[in-house]
Design a protein around this ligand. Structure first.
Ligand code: ZN
Ligand code: FE
Length: 270
């Protein structure tokens, strides 16, 4: 059997529930699904594109990310990769920070990051493709980073989430961000409230607003766009600190982790 020098991998958007995105990575024959909260739309996408499921990848234990696993396993006998520390009984290949997997069936290596905050065991998957075309670096970040926002702190601390997001900001700007929910427009409203003078943010509000009006996802975004517009990656900005102080949510001169915590707290009730 010969191995092709290079395969063309694609990522299909599989919408589920109200605002979830399940990500189907495929090469035209084989496919891996990220965070299958529901089996039915995944099965439909596999059938529509004539794909064979070869792996399941999970980021964290919430039902809207793992609920479809039993239904998929009934039809496909495939390994289930997932966090070592999030207590998911269905995981057959537990993973943590620093590990790299070769995704079965695909010419695809993914690095694993521990990104506690939303849940304590939450992991993310990174595809690093140095020297390849722009758009060949991917991040599957579950409910940690969102378009212009971040996940709620159900289990972790503000410090943990801040450090987890910091791992993402170290990735190349053209890394595509495949997060698990379409929350971008509501996140952008909050982002503009805390950083009203950000021109990149105004441009994103316009662009992503058009996307949604056309019925299109705003995801994937890029790390560069998130760095330029996402308040949770920009909590060091003086204007954001000023907004928090003016709102009576922060004392002047607060530490970065307190700024981050105040920002997350404000968003919870915005
Ligand atoms: Zn979640
Ligand atoms: Fe979720």
């Amino acid at each position: 059997m010969t191995t092709p020098l290079r395969t063309n991998l694609a990522v299909l958007t599989v919408p589920a529930f109200k605002d979830n995105y399940l990500w189907l990575i495929h090469d035209g024959s084989n496919a891996a699904i990220v965070d299958p909260g529901d089996a039915a739309p995944v099965k439909a996408a596999l059938a529509a594109h004539k794909l064979r499921l070869t792996a399941i990848l999970l980021t964290h234990h919430h039902a809207d990310h793992i609920g479809g696993v039993p239904g998929l396993l009934q039809e496909w006998d495939v390994p289930v990769f997932g966090p070592r520390k999030d207590g998911i009984a269905l995981v057959t290949h537990p993973l943590g920070e620093g590990e790299r997997i070769d995704v079965p069936g695909l010419d695809l290596a993914l690095d694993v990051l521990d990104v506690p905050g939303h849940t304590l065991g939450h992991i993310a998957y990174v595809r690093r493709s140095p020297g390849q075309d722009p758009g060949a670096d991917w991040l599957f970040c579950g409910d940690t980073l969102f378009g212009a926002g971040c996940g709620r702190l159900f289990e972790g601390t503000p410090r943990q989430m801040m450090l987890s997001l910091g791992k993402f900001t170290a990735l190349p700007d053209d890394t595509l961000v495949y997060c698990a929910h379409e929350y971008t427009l509501s996140n952008l409203r909050f982002a503009q409230a805390v950083e009203p003078d950000n021109a990149a943010l105004a441009a994103r509000v316009r662009d992503d607003g058009r996307q949604r009006e056309a019925g299109q996802p705003t995801i994937p975004s890029t790390i560069g766009l998130e760095r330029a517009t996402n308040p949770f990656l920009r909590h060091g900005e003086a204007r954001i600190v000023q907004s928090l102080v003016e709102a009576g949510r922060l004392a002047p001169g607060a530490a970065p982790v307190d700024v981050f915590a105040a920002l997350r707290e404000w968003k919870n009730t915005f």
